[in-house]
Design a protein around this ligand. Structure first.
Ligand code: GTP
Ligand code: MG
Length: 322
């Protein structure tokens, strides 16, 4: 199956194939992806997160439009594991991306549905590669700041931007420390509402970041203020992202980060594949429930049950002791 990636329609159809749950579609999608791999890898991949209402969609609309005006081609993807439950999705509200969604230099795709974060993220990773093969040189991946989704998105981008509200209390407004650890930059958004509050929040986050060990030797995450609504500060955000790219390209850490992400992704896929094969194995299936009960009621040690099942499953060396 071929898809014409030179049109948005062709790209959209290829992504739909990636998102399909049908095994034959997935095989087709994978074969197609393999055939376009050499055209991937050249874009700037940027993750954007923040609590609901921080202004992600508004920011992306303004930031993306600024980039297409500079001559870039911008694709916007989303990772939202909650989209199925709520019936909507992060980018369902195209009204919030009024300019970008009609910009012919942009491609906007809502989050794929899925009941696990891993499943949603896998599809987004593959869609990201398709967008690159289609010639989009900047990919923005939006995720809402819930659960583990930030860590997952940070694991598929070159640069991870965390948007914050200006009314930061001393309690870091409940922000998870884990988010600060993966941030390459913090932007205090909605600075137009109250400049001095935004500046206070900026100092606050600068202090918070100083407490943490810098994640890399060649980059200390800056804290800036901006407004998606007025556009103020967005050029500065872009300058910082370009500087990061320059520094990490020179030091080699950008390639290292990408390589580590690819290996991590492969490992996840192997684990998923093995688990699926394990669960589908007829004899494992016939024994699993009974053994689970024995483990649950304490008559069989978990390790013995696992060994039994691994024995049934296959290669005799697939044992816990190895
Ligand atoms: N004053 C001001 N308001 C903003 C700004 N950015 C967004 N807003 C408003 O804040 C509200 C939420 O903005 P969104 O862009 O939808 O926020 P979001 O983070 O995408 O929200 P979710 O998709 O629900 O997670 C809307 O009413 C926006 O108009 C800004 O820079 N300044
Ligand atoms: Mg939004």
């Amino acid at each position: 199956m071929e898809f014409d990636l030179s049109t948005r329609r062709g790209l959209a159809r290829a992504i739909t194939r990636v998102e399909s749950l049908r095994a034959d579609h997935q095989a087709e999608a994978r074969a197609f992806l393999t055939s376009v791999m050499e055209k991937t890898g050249t874009s700037q991949r940027i993750g954007i997160t923040g609590v609901p209402g921080v202004g992600k969609s508004t920011f992306i609309d303004a930031f993306g439009t600024m980039l297409t005006e500079m001559g870039h081609r911008v694709a916007v993807l989303a990772v939202d594991p909650t989209s199925q439950r709520s019936g909507g999705s992060i980018l369902g509200d195209k009204t919030r991306m009024a300019r970008l969604s009609v910009d012919d230099q942009a491609f906007v795709r809502p989050s794929p549905a899925g009941d696990t974060l891993g499943g949603v993220a896998r599809k987004t990773r593959e869609s990201l590669l398709l967008c690159e093969a289609a010639g989009y040189d900047i990919i923005l991946v939006e995720t809402v700041g819930v659960g583990q989704s930030e860590t997952v998105v940070a694991g598929m981008v070159d640069f991870f931007l965390v948007l914050m509200l200006p009314n930061a209390g001393d309690d870091l407004q409940g922000i998870k420390k884990g988010v600060l650890e993966v941030a390459d930059m913090i932007a205090v958004n909605k600075a137009d509402i109250d400049e001095s509050a935004a500046k206070r929040a900026q100092r606050h986050y600068q202090n918070a970041l100083h407490i943490l060990e810098p994640a890399s030797e060649d980059w200390s995450p800056p804290v800036v203020t901006c407004s998606g609504a007025t556009g103020k500060g967005l050029e500065d955000v872009w300058e910082k992202i370009k500087l990061h790219r320059k520094k990490t390209t020179e030091s080699g850490s950008r390639d290292d980060r990408r390589a580590a992400q690819q290996i991590e992704w492969m490992n996840e896929l192997i684990q998923d594949g093995l688990m699926a094969a394990f669960r589908a194995h007829p004899e494992v299936r016939s024994q699993l429930e009974a053994l689970k009960k024995e483990v649950a009621n304490g008559t069989l040690p978990a390790s013995a049950a696992a060994d039994q099942l691994l024995d049934i499953f296959g290669p005799s060396d697939a044992k816990l002791s190895n």
